[in-house]
Design a protein around this ligand. Structure first.
Ligand SMILES: Cc1ncc(COP(=O)(O)O)c(C=O)c1O
Length: 429
């Protein structure tokens, strides 16, 4: 299962998994569609939407003494426990807000405004939600922003490149778990260990939005101060961002109603329904886990489920790169270049970046759509991806991001369409 080439789900499990998501094989209008843009939008579990609708339909205010209000409080408590299960987080605070970006800006602000230091460290690959927060609060608090460069071979950032920027005067390290552009995982365990060897009380905040839906996160092994994820990219619904904060980060001054406890970050009344969505996500991963384990521990089942998801996605990545059932893979399709093609698939989430010899990325995205395939172009002029692509000296790339609810047949179809696009682009030139 942990092998470099992963392991596919059985056909019968694959069928059950597909059935649990909306619109995997067909779009809402019934037309056949391959949605390979799950690093952008993402498939929703039917159970997440059902949970949201069931709970959000209730008129009750959770902050009451009635039976139904207490039921809503229980939903929130259960959701909070499930957020801790996802991250293996103890103590500290759970913070559910409107978006992952909003949570990131608030966490960065609290550290930057209250922790002494003359510099802060981040990486060139960060999403604007953390990069721009770091930039803004460096400017506001007079700190130097130190930015670790990317590694064009791996698509990631080397541990040394980050650690070498940290010193006694570093107030905060903000680093992502995996790149939403290249799919490369950063070695967070090594980064945390080596960064804290340089500055033992260093504050560290991690953006796990890309990585959380693809593998296990364990804060007991990688103790950081803040971490966020987005339920809508994690089989759930739009409308919420989730963060966990260590006790020392949670207690730093932040926007808070005066009468609430010091570690509370939620402002106003969060949607109970969003907590129910998180519980539906954990139920689902634990259901996959239960196909492989007799454990009765919900975290263990969740971990088992996420490990199986990771193994299946690695197997899909391997097929995408090297081909399936006689169909050539991206690495050998003439006219296609694969970027950041790191050989060790255990270091990559299920994302591939490619370029066409005879098409620019935007033309390629349109050509895919005409053939019922949704992928996305990341281009150097984009507000969301320009900085990262320039760091790799690339003008653009087509990003391919399937999800574990896809099977080998879907990869086969995608590869056949890719070859068709290459042929069509040659005829057109
Ligand atoms: C790596 C990463 N971080 C943060 C975000 C921000 O998420 P949101 O727009 O939901 O706040 C995204 C969204 O694409 C992302 O990919």
């Amino acid at each position: 299962m942990g092998s470099n080439r992963g392991q596919l789900f059985s056909e019968s499990l694959m069928e059950q998994i597909k059935d649990r998501f909306h619109y995997v094989d067909r779009d809402v209008d019934g037309r056949t569609r391959l949605f390979f843009d799950n690093a952008g939008g993402s498939f929703r579990l039917k159970s997440s939407l059902e949970a949201f609708a069931r709970i959000d339909a209730l008129p009750d205010c959770p902050e009451r003494i009635h039976e139904r209000a207490i039921f809503l409080q229980d939903i929130q408590t259960r959701g909070e426990e499930d957020i801790r299960r996802i991250l293996n987080a103890r103590d500290g605070s759970v913070y559910l807000t409107l978006t992952a970006s909003a949570a990131m800006f608030e966490m960065v602000r609290a550290v930057m405004e209250h922790i002494p230091g003359t510099n802060a460290v981040t990486t060139i690959l960060e999403h604007p939600s953390s990069f721009d927060a770091m930039k803004l609060y460096c400017e506001r608090t007079g700190k130097a922003l130190r930015v670790a460069p990317s590694n064009a071979e791996t698509g990631g950032v080397d541990v040394d490149a980050i650690v070498s920027l940290i010193d006694d005067d570093t107030a905060l390290l903000s680093v992502m778990y995996a790149s939403n552009i290249s799919g490369a995982k950063l070695d967070i365990a090594a980064i945390v260990e080596r960064a804290r060897a340089k500055k033992p009380d260093l504050f560290i905040i991690v953006d796990a939005v890309q990585h959380a839906p693809h593998a296990v996160i364990d804060l007991q092994k990688t103790p950081v101060d803040g971490i966020n994820f987005a339920p809508y990219k994690f089989f759930g619904c739009r409308g919420a961002g989730v963060a966990w904060l260590s006790e020392r980060l949670a207690e730093l001054p932040h926007h808070r109603l005066d009468a609430k406890e010091k570690g509370v970050w939620e402002l106003g009344s969060p949607a109970s329904a969003q907590f129910a969505v998180v519980t539906a996500i954990v139920d689902y991963a634990a259901w996959i886990g239960a196909q492989f384990s007799d454990s009765e521990d919900r975290r263990e089942l969740f971990v088992q489920g996420m490990q199986r998801i990771e193994a299946h996605e690695r197997a899909l990545l391997s097929l995408l790169l090297d081909g399936v059932e006689g169909q050539r893979g991206l690495r050998t399709i003439d006219g296609v270049r694969v970027f950041w093609d790191h050989d060790d698939l255990t270091r990559r989430d299920l994302i591939a970046g490619i370029g066409f010899d005879d098409l620019d990325p935007t033309e390629a995205v349109r050509a895919y759509e005409q053939r019922g395939v949704i992928v996305y172009e990341r281009i150097a002029t984009s507000l969301y991806s320009g900085r990262m692509l320039k760091s790799f000296s690339l003008e653009g790339a087509v990003r391919i991001s399937p999800l574990h609810c896809h099977g080998p047949d879907d990869v086969l179809r995608f590869l056949a369409v890719t070859e068709e696009i290459v042929v069509a682009s040659r005829v057109a030139r």
